[in-house]
Design a protein around this ligand. Structure first.
Ligand SMILES: C[S@@+](CC[C@H](N)C(=O)[O-])C[C@H]1O[C@@H](n2cnc3c(N)ncnc32)[C@H](O)[C@@H]1O
Length: 281
């Protein structure tokens, strides 16, 4: 089958399930994954014949997309901060707003000294690995409660040729850290059960609930635990960075001030939602 016919078959199968623009984007991502072609390559190679085994891979992808499975899980990879990452249903799919948090940390931390950095709730390892890649002198440690996530994150460190020390830790059962850190960062679970209605079915049905949800009665449980541990274990000039629930910006700032942090800065993401916090003692 020629690429142009494969594209038509792909669009026909999915057009009743997604907006056309999204289907076109799925085709480009799939073509890049299976054929190594960019958007421009596709336009230039429309007459090229795709071998049957690859055609079947495209069509299987279509069938899984019809079930609203995220394309990143179907193909098993994604991109974060310009780097490749493997993802499985054990790991959250990294989000663009988390890239904004990584940018803030990179702008903020000094580049010319050896720092100790800890990422709590690392998932695919996207935050820890991007920071390790851009701050070669920094020693990066990363925790997650999920052994399966740690396995994927370790593979991602190898894929991106960086060294990160991954450890399986339940942060809610941790009373002290093993050393002091210059920077602690976390994007912990923060979506309240009451916000489930806002969440699309592809997220709700496929991404790990333990990575996303917290109870309505104590939605800041991770911020309190990580905030206290950080207050006790940050070095003199150390900083704590959080990605936060956009509806709980003020409450999270207040909590960190109550813990004892004196400088707490709240920032918005590109959509204008309260999304990130930096705190120092
Ligand atoms: C919102 S995800 C963030 C994943 C990744 N850092 C990212 O930004 O894409 C939260 C992560 O926290 C982990 N987690 C949940 N409960 C935890 C706990 N009690 N201790 C440590 N990690 C936990 C989850 O397994 C998940 O990987």
């Amino acid at each position: 089958m020629k690429i142009k016919d494969l594209r038509t078959a792909f669009v026909d199968r999915l057009q009743d399930h997604y907006p056309l623009e999204e289907v076109q984007s799925f085709f480009q991502i799939t073509a890049h994954h299976f054929l190594g072609y960019s958007r421009m390559d596709i336009v230039l190679q429309l007459e090229e014949v795709v071998e049957e085994v690859k055609v079947q891979q495209f069509l299987t992808t279509c069938d899984r997309l019809k079930n609203h499975e995220p394309i990143q899980y179907i193909l098993g990879d994604t991109e974060f901060y310009g780097l490749p990452f493997k993802v499985t249903p054990a790991t959250l799919i990294p989000r663009p707003e988390t890239e904004e948090l990584v940018s803030w940390i990179l702008e903020d931390l000094p580049k010319d000294t050896t720092l100790q950095l800890l990422d709590i709730g690392t998932g695919s390892g996207c935050i820890a690995i991007s920071l390790a890649k851009h701050m070669e002198q920094t020693n990066v440690t990363a925790y997650d409660i999920s052994e399966d996530a740690i396995k994927v994150a370790s593979e991602n460190a190898i894929l991106n040729k960086v060294t990160v020390t991954f450890t399986s830790v339940d942060i809610l059962k941790t009373t002290r850290l093993d050393q002091s850190y210059d920077c602690i960062v976390s994007n912990p679970p923060y979506v309240r059960e009451l916000e489930k209605e806002e969440i699309q079915s592809n997220v709700l049905d496929h991404e790990p609930h333990s990575a996303l949800f917290v109870s309505d009665t104590d939605p800041l449980v991770f911020y309190r635990a990580i905030g206290k541990l950080s207050y006790d274990n940050l070095s003199g000039n150390g900083r704590l960075f959080f990605e936060i629930n956009q509806y709980l910006g003020k409450e999270t700032v207040q909590l960190l001030k109550e813990i004892g942090f004196t400088q707490v800065e709240l920032r918005q993401d590109i959509f204008g939602n309260d999304r990130m916090i930096k705190a120092s003692r």
